[in-house]
Design a binder for this molecule. Structure first.
Ligand code: KIV
Length: 280
C-alpha cells in the first residue's frame, strides 16, 4: 500500500493529537518493515554503534558510518519521516562544522532531518542549523554521547533543580526552532511537565506515557540485541531466540545432509547428464 510521505508540519501537528511512533532503523530491511507497520519517524540513531557495529558506546560512531546506514534506510522508506543522528564530534567544534555535517546528511543520505543531543548549551548551534534550512529534532535528559559527564546511563532530572534545568533546555530548543524533542530517561511527571511547557511534540524514551510520542531502539524492541536491555524497554518479540534456533537447525541439517533436499535443488535433463558421464 502506498502511503503519503510524512513531513515536518505533519509531525508538528500531532502535538496533543494521536501519539507519534518513532523507531530506530539502520538498514534497508528494517526500514521497510518499519514503513510497512506505518511507523511515523524512522531514526537512524547513533545507537547504531552499539547494536549494529558492536562498539561499547556511541562516542566512536563516525559521520561516514552514519551516512552509509542512513542511505540504506532512506532507500527503504516511503512513508516515515527519516531523521539521522549527528554523531559525537560532528557538531561540537564550531557552527560551520555543524552546518557542514548536517548538510551532508541531507544532500548525501537524503534524510529529512537531523537529531542533536544537548539543551541550552547546543541551542545556538541548533538555531544556526535550522536557519540553514535543516530541520532538527532535539534530545535532552540522558544524552548517551555525553553519558560519562552525566554520571553514566542514569535517570536524569530527579531533583527539582535538575528538572528545572531540563525544562529550560526544552524551552531553549523550542526557541531555537526544533520541530520535536526526544526526552530520554527522565521521571514521567517531569516529562509531562515539559510536554505542557513546549508547543512542539515531545517524544519519550524512558519518560513515561505523558509525552506526545514514543521512541525505542528497534533491536531492543524486537529482541535482537541481548547484551543489555534497559528497564524502559518493552520487548515485543525475541527475534534472536528464533534466529539462533533456525541457525542451529540449519547446522544440524547440513551435517545430516537433510538440507538441501529436492525442493531446494536444481535438476538437469537425463540426456545431458548421460552425455556428461560419457565425457569422462
Ligand atoms: O541513537 C538512538 O537510538 C537514540 C534514541 C535512543 C532516541 O538517540
Amino acid at each position: 500500500m502506498h502511503q503519503k510521505k510524512l513531513t515536518i508540519p505533519d509531525i508538528r501537528s500531532r502535538k496533543n493529537g494521536t501519539p507519534i511512533s518513532e523507531i530506530t532503523a539502520y538498514d534497508y530491511p528494517l526500514a521497510r518493515m518499519a514503513d510497512a507497520a506505518g511507523i511515523d519517524i524512522a531514526l537512524v540513531g547513533d545507537s547504531l554503534g552499539m547494536v549494529v557495529l558492536g562498539y561499547p558506546d556511541t562516542v566512536s560512531v563516525t559521520m561516514e558510518e552514519m551516512l552509509h546506514h542512513a542511505k540504506a534506510v532512506v532507500r527503504g522508506i516511503e512513508h516515515a519521516l527519516v531523521v539521522a543522528d549527528m554523531p559525537f564530534g560532528s557538531y561540537n567544534s564550531s557552527i560551520p562544522q555543524a552546518i557542514g555535517n548536517a548538510n551532508r546528511m541531507l544532500k548525501e543520505a537524503r534524510v529529512d532531518a537531523v537529531k542533536i543531543e544537548g539543551g541550552v548549551t547546543m541551542a545556538e548551534t541548533v538555531a544556526a542549523i535550522v536557519r540553514a534550512g535543516i530541520p532538527v529534532q532535539g534530545h535532552i535528559g540522558l544524552t548517551p554521547q555525553t553519558a560519562t559527564s552525566l554520571g553514566g546511563f542514569k535517570v536524569q532530572g530527579k531533583s527539582a533543580e535538575a528538572a528545572r534545568q531540563l525544562i529550560d533546555d526544552a524551552r531553549a530548543l523550542e526557541d531555537a526552532g526544533c520541530f520535536s524533542i526526544v526526552l530520554e530517561a527522565i521521571p514521567a511527571p517531569l516529562a509531562e511537565h515539559i510536554t505542557k511547557a513546549v508547543a512542539i511534540p515531545t517524544i519519550g524514551i524512558g519518560a513515561g506515557p505523558g509525552c506526545d510520542g514514543q521512541v525505542l531502539v528497534i533491536h531492543d524492541l524486537i529482541g535482537l540485541y541481548d547484551r543489555f536491555v534497559p528497564k524502559f524497554v518493552k520487548q515485543y518479540a525475541k527475534i534472536s531466540e528464533q534466529v539462533i534456533a533456525a541457525l542451529g537447525q540449519y547446522k544440524a541439517e547440513v551435517e545430516s545432509r537433510a538440507f538441501p533436499g529436492a525442493a531446494h535443488s536444481f535438476t538437469m535433463k537425463t540426456e545431458e547428464l548421460d552425455k556428461l558421464t560419457r565425457l569422462y
